[in-house]
Design a protein around this ligand. Structure first.
Ligand code: DMJ
Length: 574
C-alpha cells in the first residue's frame, strides 16, 4: 500500500519520537541504562571474540589454544586427580560449542544456536575410548546438552525452525547411560573417572572429591525428569545421601574420600576446590525440585560452614572432625560463595565477602588461584588465573539482589582487566602468573559458559525477566517448572513457567526472585522475611539477658551468642 507523503512523514516522526521517548523513559527509570547498554555490548564482543576464534581454530575439538591458534582435547584430562592413562581414540567432543549454547540463547543468537544444535545432532558421539572425569563431563557436557534441549523445545524462545526432534536429549540420555557404571560401587559413591566406551577401567583409582559425588543431582535429576528414566536421578540421589551420611558430628565434610570403602581421605576442607559445588547443589536442588530433604541437608551444612570456616569476611579451611582451622588460604573458587549466599537471603554476609574477593582482584589485576591469608602473599605455585567466572558470578547475583550500582562498577572493572590482560588475537588466554601476567595457551570452555554469561547478565538481564531459572554450577540455565516441583513454595503461581506473584516483584522477576526479594529494598515479601538460615534472634529485642539461654545465634558467623556480665547478648566468647 502506498502512503501519502504527509502520512509517511508523520509515521517517521512518530517512530523517532517514540524511540527517543522510550530512551528517555528507560534512562529515567534506570539511571544506569546507558552504562549497562555499553557494557553489555562490550561483553557481547568478548564472547564472540572467544567463540569465533574457537570455531575457526579449534572446533570440533574441545577447547581453543588462543596463543598458537590451535586446539586441545581436554575433556579427558579435566579434573582434580591425575590422569594415568591417555585416551586411545578421543578426538574431542566440541566441548566449547556445547558449553556456549545457552550463552548464545541469552545473547539472542538463535541462528548460531540452531546451527550448533544441528551439528551436534548429526556428529556428536559418546562411543569413544576416552577416560573422562565424571564430575566435569556431567557439569559441562550433560548439563550443556540438557539445558540446550530445554531451551530448544521452549516455544517462547522459537529457537529452532521445526527441525529439532529431541536429538540433544537423545545424546544426553546416551551419555547418562554411560555414566551409570561409575555408580556401581559398594557405597553408591561414583568413581571419579570412567571410560565412555568400556566403563570403569581395571585398577581405576578409588579416590574422589566431595564435589565429585555431591554435584550431580541437578543434571541427572533433570535428565530423569525429561526422559522418564529414574535411574539417573536415583544414582545421583543415592550418592548424595551416602555422602551426607559421612558428615562429621559438626556437620562438616572432608575434601576427598574413597568410593569403595566410604572413608574420608582428606579431613581438611573449606568452601573451595573439591567441595564448592556440593553446597551449591544442595540449595539449587531444593529450588529446582522443591524437595525439603535438600534443604534439611543444606541448612546445617551452611550453618557449619559459617561457624567453622568463616573468619570475618574470609573463609579458611578446617578439620571436619574438630572444626580447628587448618589452612588460611583464599582460593579463587571460593568467590562463588557470596552468590550462593544471595540465593539463601544472606545478603549482608555475601556483600562483605564479595568486597574482600574484589579487593584481592584489584590488588593483582585478576584473582589469583590461591592466596595465603596468614602470610598475606601468593601461594608459591598457584599464581594462575584461568579466566574463572566465580567473582563475576557473585557480582551478578549481588546486583540482582540489591540493584546497588557498585556491582556494575565491579563488573566493569572485571571486564576491563580481562580485556587488558588476557585478550589476544586468537581469543582469551589464561594467565600463568598474576605477578608477571605471563599468559598460558588455554581458553577454558567455562569462559564462554560462565564468565561471559554472568558478565553479560549483570548488564543485561532481559533473558531472565518473567522467567525463573536456576543456573547449574557451570552456568547452564534450568527452568523451575511446576511439574518438576514436589511442593511449590507460596510465592509461585501454578503455571508451567513459574513466576513471582507480587506485581512489585514481577518487574524484577528473575531466576532468583523468590529468594532474593526479601533483601532488596525495592522488592519485599511482607509476609515472609527471609534472613540468614542460621539466625536465631535473642529472646528480647533490646538484647538484654539474664542467662546465655536468653541469647540466640549470630546471623553472620552462625556462632552462639552469650550473656555478658552487664546483661547483654553478644559474641563475647569469640
Ligand atoms: C567451573 O567449571 C564450575 O563452576 C565448577 O563448579 C568449578 N569452577 C569451574 C570454573 O572455575
Amino acid at each position: 500500500m502506498l502512503l501519502g507523503k504527509r502520512w509517511a512523514s508523520f509515521l517517521i516522526f512518530m517512530l523517532i519520537f517514540s524511540t527517543f521517548y522510550s530512551q528517555i523513559a528507560s534512562s529515567k527509570s534506570d539511571p544506569y541504562a546507558a552504562k549497562k547498554k555499553r557494557m553489555s555490548q562490550k561483553v557481547r564482543q568478548m564472547f564472540y571474540h572467544a567463540y569465533d576464534n574457537y570455531m575457526t581454530y579449534a572446533f570440533p575439538h574441545d577447547e581453543l589454544k588462543p596463543l598458537t591458534k590451535s586446539f586441545t582435547n581436554s575433556l579427558s584430562e579435566l579434573g582434580n586427580l591425575k590422569l594415568e592413562r591417555l585416551p586411545q581414540e578421543y578426538n574431542g567432543s566440541a566441548l566449547t560449542l556445547i558449553e556456549s549454547l545457552s550463552s548464545l540463547v541469552i545473547l539472542g543468537n538463535n541462528t548460531e544456536f540452531e546451527k550448533g544444535v544441528l551439528w551436534l545432532s548429526e556428529n556428536l558421539t559418546f562411543d569413544v575410548d576416552a577416560r573422562i572425569n565424571l564430575f566435569e563431563c556431567n557439569i559441562r557436557v550433560l548439563g550443556g546438552l540438557v539445558s540446550a534441549h530445554i531451551l530448544a523445545t521452549d516455544s517462547t524462545n522459537r529457537l529452532t525452525k521445526g527441525t529439532y526432534c529431541n536429538q540433544l536429549l537423545v545424546l544426553a540420555e546416551e551419555l547418562g547411560r554411560r555414566f551409570l557404571p561409575a555408580f556401581d560401587t559398594p557405597t553408591g559413591l561414583p568413581y571419579a573417572w570412567i571410560n565412555l566406551k568400556h566403563g570403569v577401567m581395571e585398577n581405576e583409582i578409588t579416590e574422589t572429591s566431595t564435589s565429585g559425588c555431591g554435584s550431580l543431582i541437578l543434571e541427572m535429576g533433570a535428565l530423569s525428569r525429561l526422559t522418564g528414566d529414574p535411574r539417573f536421578e536415583s544414582a545421583a540421589l543415592r550418592a548424595l545421601r551416602k555422602l551426607w551420611s559421612m558428615r562429621s558430628s559438626l556437620n562438616l565434610m572432608g575434601t576427598t574420600l574413597d568410593v569403595e570403602t566410604g572413608e574420608w581421605i582428606e579431613f581438611s576442607s573449606g568452601i573451595g576446590a573439591g567441595v564448592d559445588s556440593f553446597y551449591e547443589y544442595l540449595v539449587k536442588a531444593h529450588i529446582l525440585f522443591g524437595r525439603d530433604e535438600f534443604w534439611r541437608m543444606f541448612q546445617p551444612a551452611y550453618t557449619a560452614v559459617q561457624k567453622y570456616f568463616r573468619h570475618g569476611p574470609w573463609y579458611h579451611e578446617a578439620d571436619m572432625r574438630t572444626g580447628r582451622a587448618t589452612y588460611w588460604q583464599l582460593t579463587s573458587l571460593q568467590a562463588f560463595w557470596p552468590g550462593l549466599q544471595v540465593l539463601v537471603g544472606d545478603i549482608t554476609a555475601a556483600n562483605s565477602s564479595h568486597r574482600e574477593f574484589f579487593y584481592v582482584w584489584q590488588k593483582f589485576g585478576v584473582i589469583p588461584e590461591r592466596y595465603l591469608l596468614d602470610h598475606q602473599m601468593l601461594h608459591p605455585t598457584e599464581k594462575y588465573y584461568p579466566l574463572r567466572p566465580e567473582l563475576a558470578e557473585s557480582t551478578f547475583y549481588l546486583y540482582q539482589a540489591t540493584k546497588d550500582p557498585w556491582y556494575l562498577q565491579v563488573g566493569e572493572s572485571i571486564v576491563d582487566s580481562i580485556n587488558l590482560h588476557t585478550r589476544v588475537e586468537g581469543g582469551f588466554a589464561s594467565i600463568r602468573d598474576v605477578t608477571t601476567m605471563e599468559l598460558e595457551d588455554h581458553q577454558h570452555s567455562f569462559f564462554l559458559a560462565e564468565t561471559c554469561k554472568y558478565l553479560y547478565l549483570l548488564f543485561d538481564d532481559s533473558f531472565l525477566v518473567n522467567r525463573n531459572y536456576v543456573f547449574t554450577t557451570e552456568g547452564h540455565p534450568l527452568p523451575i517448572l511446576s511439574s518438576w516441583h514436589e511442593r511449590l513454595p507460596e510465592a509461585y503461581i501454578p503455571s508451567n513457567w513459574t513466576s513471582v506473584k507480587s506485581e512489585e516483584c514481577r518487574k524484577r522477576a528473575s531466576a532468583m526472585s523468590q529468594r532474593i526479594c526479601p533483601a532488596s529494598p525495592n522488592c519485599r515479601h511482607d509476609h515472609e522475611q527471609l534472613e540468614s538460615v542460621c539466625h536465631i534472634p535473642d529472646t528480647r529485642a533490646d538484647y538484654r539477658c539474664l542467662t546465655d539461654d536468653d541469647c540466640g545465634v549470630d546471623s553472620m558467623s552462625c556462632r552462639r551468642r552469650s550473656c555478658s556480665v552487664a546483661g547483654y547478648c553478644g559474641l563475647w566468647l569469640s
